[in-house]
Write a protein that binds this ligand. Structure first.
Ligand SMILES: CC(C)(COP(=O)(O)OP(=O)(O)OC[C@H]1O[C@@H](n2cnc3c(N)ncnc32)[C@H](O)[C@@H]1OP(=O)(O)O)[C@@H](O)C(=O)NCCC(=O)NCCS
Length: 426
């Protein structure tokens, strides 16, 4: 048994009985209010879901199992996944065991997934290719197999872990192949077993990396995007589909489809486009005055300034800070990075003037694109795939924990508009 499974096998029964008795004792306690605004406004802020892997307090940003993300930036993504699943960082021995497990699984990636991708039109969106690849791999699901054989409810988490680890092990190869194929980058680069999960993904993308800093950027990227509590579209979708006991391949693929939306994961490609647009307009890195004026023009045209604002956060996203610091260290003289840094000094002041904008501060997407661009990844439509590889850690860990304590199928009650109007009239 792998060490990760061993740790979970020790923790899950306690978690399950703890939650069961907690709900039994306090299930009827009222903890909040539901307004008509909630029902019509995307349920924003409604505290009605459970997620133990991470939380996002509006004034602090991402906290994974009690540790602020700013204190995790030097950790490998594999350590983050272990932390998400178990609540603790792995020891060196546990980390090695986990990395070896992922490497062994990666070797067994079914080759038909590449044939499926080859059959797709070359101009399919990279997110559609990635989702299709993951969905095609559903054939391998151990959860579906074990369920049809009749496993008990207490065992659900075990094949959920098994499927999740296969998805994690195969994801970088599928995602790297999507890049190579969609952008005519040449033949598939095989996995390098001497590398870690993030380093190997960077290597299989095939970009020149003489300093090794692109690998470091990928490790940081995968760590920073790993999870963002349970209510965001991709996590929530994955959770909802998983709650029907659809296996992790179905659930993760569904979550990724949500990540493909322009208000969620796709926003990261729009941020860099806006930065390059300003550089194009002003023939190089614009001055602060030029940027302030251009931001105002964007708002006046009824458009959003991409990379700024957040549904939950009310501060500069600490993940933005981490990318900003990486850029300052690795490419301080890059004009695109310099523009991003300058936008940060100017744009919040412009957005603060607009009363309806609740958060004028940069989110994670405001800085990541310029770093990818610096290292030669210039295909914007691929950026959400990188996000997806990372967020798979969050989605899978949330599924494992949910199956661990036996979460119920999700089924909120919907009502017609007339019912809400009748409530308002009371
Ligand atoms: C992230 C985002 C979707 C959050 O939306 P939200 O929770 O509705 O945010 P708010 O409550 O602050 O929005 C209130 C209003 O301000 C606007 N607003 C928010 N951020 C804005 C921005 N960066 N530029 C211009 N307008 C913005 C909204 O569009 C909304 O306008 P509306 O009432 O006319 O529809 C929004 O801030 C946005 O579109 N940002 C730019 C895109 C982006 O960076 N997305 C990545 C998210 S990680």
């Amino acid at each position: 048994m792998s060490q990760l499974k061993q740790v979970l096998a020790e923790k899950i029964p306690t978690m399950r009985s703890d939650i069961k008795s907690f709900v039994k004792e306090h299930g009827a306690k009222v903890i909040g209010e539901l307004t008509i605004g909630h029902a019509f406004g995307g349920m924003r802020g409604l505290k009605a879901m459970l997620c133990d892997t991470s939380e996002v307090p509006p004034d602090k940003g991402l906290i994974i199992r009690g540790i602020p993300i700013k204190d995790l930036t030097s950790k490998l993504p594999e350590e983050i996944f272990w932390l998400l699943c178990t609540g603790d960082l792995p020891t060196a021995d546990q980390l090695k065991d986990f990395q070896d497990d992922l490497r062994a699984r990666a070797k067994k990636i079914p080759s038909y997934v590449f044939s499926v991708l080859d059959a797709m039109p070359a101009d399919s969106h990279p997110m559609c290719m990635l989702d299709t690849g993951i969905l095609a791999l559903e054939r391998e699901s151990q959860f579906r197999k074990r369920y049809s054989e009749g496993m008990t409810k207490d065992e659900y988490w075990e094949p959920t872990l098994e499927d999740s680890l296969n998805i994690l092990a195969w994801m970088p190869e599928v995602a790297a192949y999507v890049y190579r194929k969609a952008f005519n980058k040449g033949a598939r680069i095989p996995a390098d077993p001497s590398l870690d999960w993030g380093g190997n993904y960077a290597n299989m993308l095939g970009l020149a990396d003489p300093t090794g800093e692109f690998k470091n950027l990928m490790r940081l990227y995968l760590t920073l995007h790993s999870d963002h509590e349970g209510g965001n579209v991709s996590a929530h979708t994955c959770h909802c589909v998983g709650s029907a006991l659809s296996d992790p391949f179905y659930a993760v693929s569904a979550g990724l489809n949500g990540l493909a939306g322009p208000l969620h994961g796709l926003a990261n490609q729009e941020c860099l486009a806006w930065i390059l647009e300003t550089m194009n307009k002003f023939n190089g890195a614009p001055t602060e005055e030029q940027l302030a004026k251009y931001a105002q023009e964007t708002l006046d045209a009824g458009k959003v300034v991409p990379g700024y604002g957040h549904a939950v956060l009310r501060i500069t996203d600490p993940r933005f800070d981490a990318f900003h610091a990486f850029g300052a260290k690795v490419c301080p003289d890059d004009p695109t990075y310099q523009t991003v840094a300058r936008v940060y000094t100017v744009v919040p002041k412009v957005l603060e003037q607009v009363k309806k904008i609740k958060d004028p501060w940069p989110n994670v997407d405001a800085a990541s694109g310029c770093l990818l661009y610096h290292f030669g990844m210039k295909e914007f439509s691929y950026y959400t795939v990188l996000f997806s590889v990372s967020r798979t850690m969050g989605m899978c860990s949330q599924l494992i924990v949910s199956r661990g304590w036996g979460e119920a199928i999700e089924r909120p009650k919907s009502m017609p508009t007339s019912w809400f109007k009748a409530q308002a009239a009371k």
